[in-house]
Design a protein. Sequence first.
Length: 355
Amino acid sequence: MSPVGETALPHPENATATQPPPDPGSEFTPLLRDVKGQGLLDRRRGWYARMITLNALGLAAVVTGMALVGGSWWVLALAPVLAVLCARTAFVGHDAGHAQISDSRATNRRIQLIHGNLLLGMSSAWWNDKHNRHHANPNHIDKDPDVAADVLVFTSGQAVSRTGFRGWLTRHQAWLFFPLTLLEGLALKLYGFQDLRRQTGRERLVEGALLVAHVAGYVTLLLTTMPLTHALVFAALHQVLFGLHLGMAFAPNHKGMDMPDPDGEKWGHLRRQVLTSRNVRGSFLTDWFLGGLNYQIEHHLFPSMPRPHLGLAQSMVKARCRDLGIPYAETGLVDSYRQALRHMHKVGEPLRADI
């Protein structure tokens, strides 16, 4: 049975492709030509303008609601709504960082600074540096910062050297993954301020000023619309739900998929992106909730493709993979989490065996 469109089980963390391409460049070129011919790389300015406007109106409505009911504990009902809207904001910043919104680099940069630095307190420069390295070499243990050993690890080789508290984290990382994502909203802010040391000149000034403006504006909003106790609980609830939402959007994308062998044969662009990525099938609601990142294979093959076109390109990508015998991993939302968590559980197995 063809693997295209079927559920693909996670690969071992050190797995490599079983069919090295004879000519990597020629595998992707026909697909790129077809996608361009369908106009799927053309910008969708109107679509993004409507989405950004609706998101801004939603944020304004939440702020208005905070001002109206801030003196009541009912204000906490707005925290989940704000978390969801902040995730929408992050998706806009992500798309701008990939030049999906405009042909103008300056316009994309301004959109990303507003939606990332100002509205979320997340450094666009830090995100671009990290995310571009990820896209260039997804799941590459030496080159992808998303699989570098940190709080979590993604290969048995990373796990064997973990001792003490880090060893405990690794042994239980599958169970701890979603609880840890509750801290992601705060972690993104911290990483942004830390990255200012790497930045220089005007970039540091602009990025830093907007990050400070976000913190000042967020604190001012909370303290002027509700009592201190309400504000502390609201902020905690908002930030943990925002982190959880982002974690749920990014978790299914690559964890448990092939990891290129640093010493093995190099893959071409098509195999490098397809074999390391997993799609999540679903409905309009799934597409909305995951911000289009459920079409992760298409997004990695065509990073500048506007979000509403990713689903339209899927049939062409599937057909090309089928013709070349390349597995195309696609599964349901719940199963995508199961596959990712199963991989992380397996990585920690050597440490559990030593107990």
